[in-house]
Design a binder for this molecule. Structure first.
Ligand code: HEC
Length: 162
């Protein structure tokens, strides 16, 4: 099999550089939750399935046993619950009405992500992982103080797996 991809790079989000503190009421709580919970949990999901191609050749990372698949599914369940929490007043306060839609989008995609993990389908986990990334990015584009840093910009050598 010829694969040439790291489709998702969690680090791309980590280096986003969110310079200023949120001025709105929900800002600090949101940031804390993102950094301490949403980001690490997303990385657990994204790291579960990877197609890596570098100078050492190509290799595929997938969950190796039931426990690893369950960890992937659990990460997805956590993400769904973060999406629910983001709709609570302490996080939603000060944001526009589409905040709810973005948060609910996270809940829904996380549900698909869990289904993919439960089905033990690596290709699907990879695909939904990409959708998940888009959900993060679309809310960030709207609500982050410095959105430029986190717009999806794939390095040239990164492509969809084929
Ligand atoms: C409903 C909107 C929303 C969704 C969905 C969302 N985020 Fe966020 N995120 C924010 C906001 C707003 C901030 C900035 C908070 C602040 O600094 O005040 C943020 C900040 C972050 C930060 C901190 C960035 C920095 O440099 O300070 C990380 C990391 C992050 N989000 C990861 C994620 C990931 C991963 C996902 C998807 C699984 C995600 N977020 C989904 C709204 C969202």
């Amino acid at each position: 099999m010829r694969v040439k991809a790291i489709v998702l790079v969690g680090a791309a989000l980590a280096i986003s550089g969110c310079g200023s503190q949120g001025e709105e009421a929900g800002g600090d709580a949101v940031r804390l939750m993102m950094v301490e919970q949403v980001q690490p949990t997303s990385e657990t999901y994204w790291n579960a399935v990877q197609y890596i191609s570098d100078e050492n050749g190509s290799r595929e990372v997938t969950p190796q046993n039931d426990a690893e698949w369950e960890r992937t599914a659990e990460a997805a369940r956590q993400l769904a619950s973060y999406g629910e929490q983001l709709q609570q007043p302490q996080y939603a306060e000060g944001h526009g009405s589409d905040w709810m839609a973005y948060s609910q989008g996270l809940v829904e995609v996380a549900g698909q992500a869990e289904a993919a993990a439960n089905a033990k389908d690596p290709a699907k986990v990879l695909e939904i992982g990409g959708t998940l990334y888009n959900v993060c990015s679309s809310c960030h584009e709207k609500y982050m103080s410095e959105p430029a840093g986190i717009s999806p910009s794939w390095p040239d050598d990164i492509h969809e797996a084929n």
